[in-house]
Write a protein of this length. Structure first.
Length: 337
């Protein structure tokens, strides 16, 4: 492991992308799980864990074999890396390097589980930092990479230092404007309503891109049919977080969304493009009836403490991957009417 830093705080500065406001931050009361007097891990054990996860990633990446990931990845991280392998194989391209054992670290300090390691890695100063969460579900389990996302421009948050530790949060953690589970569901509901922000969620780059992609695809195929996007929360993906210095929370959560291509005009031609076409079943890139492209997305939610001046939840990091495209030639095929 190289360049390991255990900093008192970590703040992601503004970048050239559009800023994502975190709202006003206030000093907190403790609202997370009961904390221990010391962090759950020392620096040597953190290094061994993260190095092991990195070794697993490197080995699996070399063959793009998702089965090799299962020893050290789970939840959204396992699904996303698996989908990235599928896309890389379909397009004959390399999988982007993922670094989770360099940079700055925070660890949980709870007497309970899950226990958490947060790694903030920025090996390339020209790119956005990657925030990765490794989680130990219970005393008999290994720490596994649960999710990661690239910071969005302007994101700012402060993690407690290594010597103190950070209180971990479960999906149902109380004391915030929403529980982590509620915050994810509200974000997905916002996307499905066609909005990139509302009174409860600040606008963010991921939401804007999600909606713009759906609009651009729909515009491109309007002579033959339409494309509809829909996001869903899944129990397949655990949700965890840590309490930040100011008492707010940083939560990693994953969900799926689909882009459904539907041909509605008889004798028209609708074609898929890019990675979507490469992942589609068969050699034919045309859509005769319906085609459904399924993505997995991971977001970092910044959730304010209950009673704070700002009640607005922000997405401060996001990552997505396209993993499958399923075609059904007979579903709504207008030539069969």
């Amino acid at each position: 492991m190289s360049a390991r830093r255990f900093l008192p705080v970590f703040v992601i500065p503004a970048f050239v992308l559009a800023a994502c406001s975190s709202g006003d931050l206030v000093a907190p009361e403790t609202t997370a799980q009961a904390s221990a007097s010391a962090p759950n891990l020392d620096s040597a054990r953190v290094e061994r864990i993260l190095d092991s996860i990195q070794d697993t990633l490197n080995t699996a990446d070399s063959s793009r074999d998702p089965a090799l990931l299962q020893a050290r990845l789970e939840g959204g991280a396992l699904r996303m890396r698996t989908d990235q392998y599928a896309a890389a194989k379909a397009t004959n391209t390399e999988v982007s390097k993922l670094i989770v054992n360099e940079g700055s670290v925070a660890v949980s300090n709870s007497n309970d589980w899950p226990r958490v390691i947060v790694n903030v890695s920025n090996p390339d100063q020209t790119s956005l930092p990657v925030i990765a969460f490794a989680v130990q579900e219970d005393a008999r389990s290994q720490y596994k990479l649960l999710g990661w996302a690239r910071a969005l421009g302007g994101a700012q948050f402060q993690l407690d230092n290594m010597e103190k530790g950070s209180a971990p949060l479960s999906a149902d953690a109380q004391g915030y404007v929403k529980t982590p589970k509620e915050a994810l569901q509200g974000y997905v509901d916002m996307l499905n309503s066609g909005n990139a922000g509302n009174d409860q969620y600040s606008g963010d780059d991921f939401a804007r891109r999600y909606l713009q992609d759906a609009k651009s695809l729909n515009d491109a195929v309007q002579a033959a049919g339409n494309v509809q996007a829909h996001a869903e929360v899944s129990d397949e993906f655990p949700i965890v977080g840590v309490q930040l210095v100011d008492g707010s929370s940083l939560v990693v959560a994953s969900f799926t969304y689909t882009q459904t291509y539907q041909r509605t005009v008889a004798r028209s031609t609708m074609r898929l493009g890019g990675t979507t076409a490469a992942l589609a079943e068969g050699d034919d890139d045309t859509v005769k009836g319906k085609a459904t492209a399924t993505y997995v997305a991971t977001v970092l939610l910044h959730i304010p403490k209950s009673g704070s001046d700002s009640q607005v939840i922000s997405v401060v990091g996001a990552e997505r991957a396209l993993g499958s495209v399923v075609k059904d030639d007979n579903a709504g095929n207008p030539d069969q009417r």
